[in-house]
Structures are given as structure tokens and as C-alpha cells.
Write a protein that binds this ligand. Sequence first.
Ligand code: FUB
Length: 319
Amino acid sequence: MANEPLVSHIFTADPSAHVFNGKLYVYPSHDRKTDIQFNDNGDQYDMNDYHVLSLESIGGPVTDHGVALKAEDIPWVSKQLWAPDAAFKNGKYYLFFPARDKENVFRIGVAVSSVPEGPFVPEPEPIAGSYSIDPASFVDDDGKAFLYFGGIWGGQLQCWQTGKYAKEAYSEMEAQKGPALLPRVAELSEDMLSFSGDVKEVAIVDDNGKLLSSGDHDRRFFEAAWMHKYKGKYYFSYSTGDTHFLAYGIGDNPYGPFTYGGKILDPVQGWTTHHSIVEFEGRWYLFYHDTCLSGENHLRSVKVKEIFYDDDGKIKLAS
Ligand code: FUB
């Protein structure tokens, strides 16, 4: 498998890959050029639409299905269409996406289509009770669907520690002591358009069952949640952000706790790292991004590589 980007005619990032109808569909962010200076807010990630990619085989031709959803068609959005994900349930396809609302607060929206490549029709309001960034949907074998989300720093998760938005908590990350902030999960309603249960914290713990600490930057959650299932176990994976690893934990149910299992990918070129893990034709693949085509943090390109498990179900570090 050549280490080439999936496509080079546009910049793509944050790939969420799924197999629908026997074909691989990738739901990435669509990066674009901007003059905005790089900052810890992530203002330079100023995306305003989504494209959907598909491929029939790994290494085979990739189809860009064009614009699937754009910011100007979503009534509640002001800017920054960040990392999306998609799900299939009850004959429909759902695109979940984060964006800033008119008050500059990140929320999560959902848009619906009858086909996996879209176009998707957005709901007029964000999902009630949603906040922060990087939604990852997961439909379990029993049909129950979940949405994982959250991201610290520019993703604003630190502003939601009391359950209500506290703007003044935005810059408190440096002072954070004790357990790390935790990603969130909520069960989705049968129609996939709302949360049917409370938003819960997703615990990531060490081998002794202790929550990872906020100072443990090599292992604690930063952003880029993803859920997959392997041999009956639940694998919650994520980016460690400022230390640039993809890491994961293993649990017995969709809510966790997830026991830290190790790294999936060492730092790639570029500040961000974000991924998905999917089984396709009996093999497991990691979709990820780097900045090899641009050399610019905010202009990324999606790639794919095969990953492997050891006999204990641990994911081996991708090579
Ligand atoms: O693409 C914008 C943001 O960069 C995503 O939401 C994060 O996960 C990071 O990849």
C-alpha cells in the first residue's frame, strides 16, 4: 500500500471511514486555504463545506462525490465545519458535524440523506444538549446508536465542566490539575436526530483503574474520538493533541470505562492527528491525515494504512 494521500485535488482531514453497501465511504473535513494566523483556538481551520469520498478497494481509484453539505445551508452555523462522521440506520444516512453557532460556541449538528454520498439535508438546529467538537457515531450490533464527542483547547470542552457553557473557563487548561477532562457520549434517539439519554463522561483509566491525569499529555484525551468493536470488545480511540499521538482504550460496553491500551500511530507531519478504524473485507484499516502535500498545519491530506492486533487484542503501533 503506497503511502500516498487518497486524493490530491482538494485538502482533506479527520477521515471517518465506513463500509456502506460493500463500499468504503470516507467522510473527511475539507480543508481550505486561509490567511488566518495559526493559533491555539484553531481559527485557521476555517472549513465551510464537506465532500464525501468513496473507494471500492484499498489502493483503488477514489471518487470525490462533490459538495455534500455547505455552511451557508445550515441555519444555525456561523463558521468552521470541523471533523464529521456518518452513520446508517433505518434506511437513512446521517452526517454528524461540529461547527460554531452564531454565539461562537461549538455545537453538533446532523444532516440526513437517502444515499451515503449525500447531499445531506441539515436539521435547522444543532442537536439539543450537544457541545464541543469531533462527533463520532457508533451503531452497535443490537441497533443502539451512540454519539461520542469532545475536544479540549479550541474544541471548548473545558467550558462545559459544570454542564453549562462557561466562557471564562476557556483559558483554564494550563491550570488544570487532577484527572484529565473526559470525552462525552450520549445514546441517540431512534430517529438519530437527538440524544435519548443524558450526556455522560467517558472514563479512560490506567491498568489500576485510575483515571488518566490531566498532566499525562502522552495518554490523556484531547480530541478525535472514534469507536469500533473487535471480537466483542469496545475500542475507544482518540488523539492526544499536543503530544500528537493516536491512542486507545478497551472496554466491555459502549460507555466504558476504557482501559488505556497504547498508541496506534506516532506523530505525523503537522500539528493535528485524527483518524478512524474500520474493517473492510476481513482486514483492518487506519484512516488518518498528515500535511505531506502542503507542509501547512491546516492543509491536510487523508491517507490509509493497514493495522494489526496481537493475540491479546492489543492494536499494534502502525508502521
Ligand atoms: O479539522 C479541525 C480540527 O482539527 C478537528 O476537529 C480536530 O480533530 C483536528 O483534527
